[in-house]
Structures are given as C-alpha cells and as structure tokens.
Design a protein around this ligand. Structure first.
Ligand code: S3P
Length: 177
C-alpha cells in the first residue's frame, strides 16, 4: 500500500504542526483539509461559516476529504470535524491508511496561543465549547485511530518520533488503536 498518514483530533491538538513535521521526515507531501477548502473556495474557514453556515462548510469538507483520500504519498491532516460523518468514517476505514489520533486534554489545549482564533465553533466560551465537542467526538476519534498519541506535555520532536515508530511497527502489524 502506498504510504499515507492521516491525522485526526480536535482543534488545537497540533495536527498541522505535526503533519508538516511527519511529511518532512518521511518525504511525503503535507495536505490539510482546511487549507484545501480555503484554497479551493478562495475564502477563509471562518468566513465560510459566517457567510454560508456550517452545513455548507461540511459539504465542502466532504468533497475535499474524498479528494484528499485519492492522493498517495501524503500526510493528510483533517479538520476536527472532517472525520465525523458516517460517510467520512466509512471512507477512512476503507482506505486502510495509518490514522493517528492526536489526543490532548482541555487544560493543555486551552493554554495554547491562538487556541480559539479563526475557529468559529469555539466562539463565545472556547473552553466549554471545545469540551462539549470532545464529549461527542472522542469516541469517534478513538474508534478510527490506528494509533492514539497522547500529546500532552510532549515536544514536537517527541510526538513525531513516537508516531514514526508506531508507523514502522504498523508495517509489522502492531497497532494500539
Ligand atoms: C472544526 C475544526 C477546524 C475547522 C473548522 C471546524 C471542527 O479545523 O475545520 O473550524 O469542527 O472541529 P482544525 O481542527 O484544524 O482547527
């Protein structure tokens, strides 16, 4: 199977940073569903939410996910909600790629600079909104993951090398997800 690593997890878990790092380390191309949506629509995510609403954003996201899953040799980072629909879950299971869930706690995520910036779903009370989303989503992230990486208090180097080891082991049939 052609190499592909997919990163899932909530807003603020570091999918873009870790994805770029893994892409560099494995000589793969980095793609991010949010960036693909922004590129294709010529608008930033928060404007799409405000002008067209979440349903329209999710429709775009669905198309972009399908496109992203056609590309091999990639690290594909998914927006926090991109893996939730039944269709998305089926497509992700069927693609057979190595799926990593970046698991982070509320206390760690909320101390990150820019945690709620540009994230329409966190407007109002970001901490409470984030936790409410996670209550629904965590079981889905866990169910999809080939590997669960607890990122709390770990550096980018530590996270990237942990995932790299898990990815190599997975080639030998060892999973923790
Ligand atoms: C969302 C997460 C965001 C972005 C949008 C909705 C979500 O992506 O797709 O604001 O539903 O969790 P990140 O997880 O990359 O912040």
């Amino acid at each position: 199977m052609a190499p592909r690593i997919i990163l899932i997890g909530p807003m603020g878990s570091g999918k873009t940073t870790i994805g770029e790092r893994l892409a560099h380390d494995f000589s793969l191309i980095f793609r991010d569903t949010d960036q693909m949506i922004e590129f294709q629509s010529g608008r930033i995510i928060s404007d799409i939410f405000i002008e067209d609403g979440e349903d329209e954003f999710r429709a775009l996201e669905k198309i972009i996910l399908r496109t992203g899953l056609l590309e091999d040799e990639t690290v594909l980072s998914l927006g926090g909600g991109a893996c939730l629909s039944v269709d998305a879950q089926s497509a992700l299971r069927a693609c057979g790629s190595f799926i990593v869930y970046l698991k982070i706690s509320l206390s760690q995520v909320s101390s990150r600079v820019g945690f709620n910036q540009g994230r329409p779903l966190l407007m109002g009370n970001p901490r409470a909104q984030w936790q409410a989303l996670m209550n629904d989503r965590a079981p889905i992230y866990e169910g999809l993951a080939s590997y669960i990486c607890e990122v709390d208090s770990k550096s980018v180097d530590e996270i990237a090398s942990e995932i790299a080891i898990a990815y190599e082991l997975r080639g030998k049939g060892v999973n923790n997800g």
